[in-house]
Write a new protein. Structure first.
Length: 243
């Protein structure tokens, strides 16, 4: 089984971190192909960058010529997944929904710890659209930018734990979700400090993807995610026309 794990930004070190978590979570025999767009923002912290990234991700997927069995999109609360579901015949997993779905199996309510406060409404909207917001106790920002997560891991973990503690003690969440692909791999340290389950979206999406592939299930093409209708799209895939 081969899974593509797509980092939505163009920061190679973050792609490497996401790859490491995906490989550690995957079952024996599952191959992880971690990649990123060939153009687009270095990090995503708002709607403008999110929609740029969505176009870049779809452009990358349209030109990806290696066979694979499922796609994991490693952006938290970001757009584009529905487009990938239309484009591809394989299962498409989003770490936002995967983390929340897994959290709901572990407790009555869950909370999300993310990066900047400006990302909170974006994540809430995503969870609302997915039907997962009702049992979300809160979404809290740490104040850390996406690229700051990699600068000092000890400080990053400290701030995440500090924020997650408020999610558990003040907001009454029973499970915590790490709300950024750049937080991949930190769940064990946060869980040990808080004493509650902590779900990493990349790990959750990888396991869900493996399950869907093993069961022979993929996205329904009956209505919502039917393939795009044939039409002319100028400069598509875009990367072939750059530079």
């Amino acid at each position: 089984m081969r899974l593509v794990v797509m980092n939505p930004n163009t920061t190679e070190s973050m792609t490497a971190s996401i790859r490491s978590t995906a490989e550690a979570s995957a079952s024996p025999g599952t191959e992880i192909l971690a990649t990123q767009p060939l153009w687009g923002p270095e990090s995503i912290e708002g709607h403008f960058e999110g929609y740029l990234s969505a176009a870049a991700v779809l452009d990358r997927l349209a030109a990806l010529d290696e066979p694979y069995d499922a796609l994991v999109m490693a952006g938290f609360g970001e757009p584009g997944r529905e487009g990938a579901q239309e484009l591809l015949d394989v299962p498409v997993l989003d770490i936002t929904e995967s983390a929340a779905q897994m959290a709901l199996m572990l407790g009555h309510s869950y909370g999300v710890v993310t990066t900047l406060d400006r990302a909170v409404p974006q994540i809430q909207d995503r969870l609302l659209t997915a039907g997962l917001l009702q049992r979300c106790a809160s979404v809290r920002g740490t104040g850390l930018g996406v690229l700051e997560l990699e600068e000092d891991e000890a400080r990053t973990v400290e701030v995440i734990i500090e924020t997650a503690r408020k999610v558990v003690e003040e907001d009454r969440a029973e499970v915590v979700c790490l709300g950024c692909g750049g937080m991949a791999g930190l769940q064990e340290k946060v869980s040990a400090a808080l004493g509650v389950p902590v779900v990493d979206g990349v790990a959750a999406a990888v396991k869900f993807a493996e399950s869907l592939v093993s069961l022979g299930l993929t996205t329904s093409k009956a209505r919502s995610f039917a393939p795009p209708r044939p039409k002319t799209i100028g400069s598509w895939p875009l990367h072939q026309h750059l530079g």
